[in-house]
Ligand binder design. Structure first.
Ligand SMILES: *Cc1c(COP(=O)(O)O)cnc(C)c1O
Ligand code: SF4
Length: 346
């Protein structure tokens, strides 16, 4: 079997090189990739069945990306909340640490589209060292989210260096890795990588699947290796128009994730990231999907639906309405829509 580096090197990076049946034949796509890079590796390409399908939409550039008049360059205000380059300290006890600009695929809806995979994202050994120093002198940070880009695109030794340095900081309790690799390049999760990662417990991984067709024998094997290394796995799904913006697809995805031992963690409302407006859905769509999950399937399959607010205000959870207050009385509705009551105490 070919190793993951080899598979990654065979990625398509020019729209012209798309196979004819997946190529929309639009000359403007080169203008898109001049701003927002394209990378589709042979594994993920092999999962795409036809133009316009949910996996195609995530991977193939769209002219609408460079015609977005509504969204913002840096909606989460990350650049202003970075005490050192590539380290975002927004919440009291945790920090987001970007350690690479590379990904196994460049998702068209990426929140950090402004820089991921481009020369606008400058990450060096020095910026990583500066981040580690900041975390070491900021004891309130007890949870470090290692992200990017995709940290699992780093070579084993380099990743081990970063994780080792974080683990040696006594005030760092939890290390999390955010990675789409189990979905987009599952062969990266080698036996050796799983053995390496388990040295840094308590280590959590949040991965990122958006559609049931992304759950394959290969991604199942990758998640099994990680779970067998004792790593709790979560999933951060993004709600995307034309990909997963319906209850049946989302329920199937959540249920299939549990079968590969991944606990759905978040469904994110689409961020207001410039170049991704065409992927956004109304908030009502997300609420109605949540309503179709809650009570109708295992609680394990129900993540938190959240919006990461523009302006850097952070994540806000959203729930369908199950209670109504009027004149000191609260009335409730269950998952079937049946009215019910509870006598409160003071
Ligand atoms: C999402 C995020 C976190 C982690 O939030 P959790 O709700 O703990 O998963 C931390 N820092 C930043 C900047 C984030 O965007
Ligand atoms: S893997 Fe994550 S960081 Fe990379 S392009 Fe996709 S969404 Fe963005």
């Amino acid at each position: 079997m070919k190793n993951w580096q080899h598979i990654l090197n065979q990625s398509i990076i020019r729209p012209d090189d798309l196979p004819a049946k997946l190529n929309p034949g639009n000359d403007d796509l080169d203008k898109v990739t001049a701003v927002y890079p394209m990378r589709i590796n042979p594994y993920y390409l092999g999962l795409i069945k036809s133009q316009g399908d949910p996996l195609w939409r995530q991977a193939v550039p769209d002219p609408q990306e460079i015609n977005d008049q509504i969204c913002l360059e840096d909606p989460l205000d990350e650049e202003n909340r970075s005490p050192t380059p590539n380290l975002i300290h927004k919440y009291p006890d945790r920090a987001l640490f970007l350690v690479t600009s590379q990904c196994a695929m460049y998702c068209r809806f990426c929140t950090r589209k402004r820089k991921v995979g481009t020369s606008r994202m400058v990450i060096t050994k020095d910026t990583i060292k500066a981040g580690i120093d900041y975390i070491a002198r900021t004891p309130e940070i007890r949870d470090v989210l290692v992200s990017g880009g995709d940290p699992l695109l780093l070579e084993d030794e380099y990743l081990a260096w970063i994780l080792g340095a974080l683990r040696r900081i006594p005030t760092v309790e939890i290390i999390r890795i955010g990675t789409r690799v189990p979905c987009t390049l599952p062969m990266r999760v080698t036996v050796k990588l799983a053995a390496l990662l388990k040295k840094f417990h308590p280590l959590y991984i949040n991965t990122h699947f958006n559609h049931p067709d992304e759950i394959t024998p290969q991604s199942t094997l990758a998640c099994n290796r990680l779970a067998n290394a004792g790593i709790p796995l979560g999933c951060q799904t993004v709600l995307l128009r034309g990909v997963n913006d319906n209850s049946e697809v989302m329920k199937k995805l959540m249920q299939k994730l549990l079968l590969i031992r991944v606990k759905p963690y978040y469904i994110f409302q689409g961020d207001m990231t410039r170049g991704t407006n065409h992927f956004r859905t109304p908030i009502e769509t997300g609420l109605s999907i949540m309503k179709s999950l809650i009570g109708h399937t295992s609680g394990l399959a129900v993540p938190t639906y959240a919006i990461d607010m523009p302006g850097g205000y952070g994540k806000i959870p959203l729930l369908p309405e199950y209670q109504k207050k009027s004149g000191g009385e609260t009335t409730f509705t269950n998952y079937q829509g049946l009215a019910c009551s509870y006598l409160n105490v003071r």
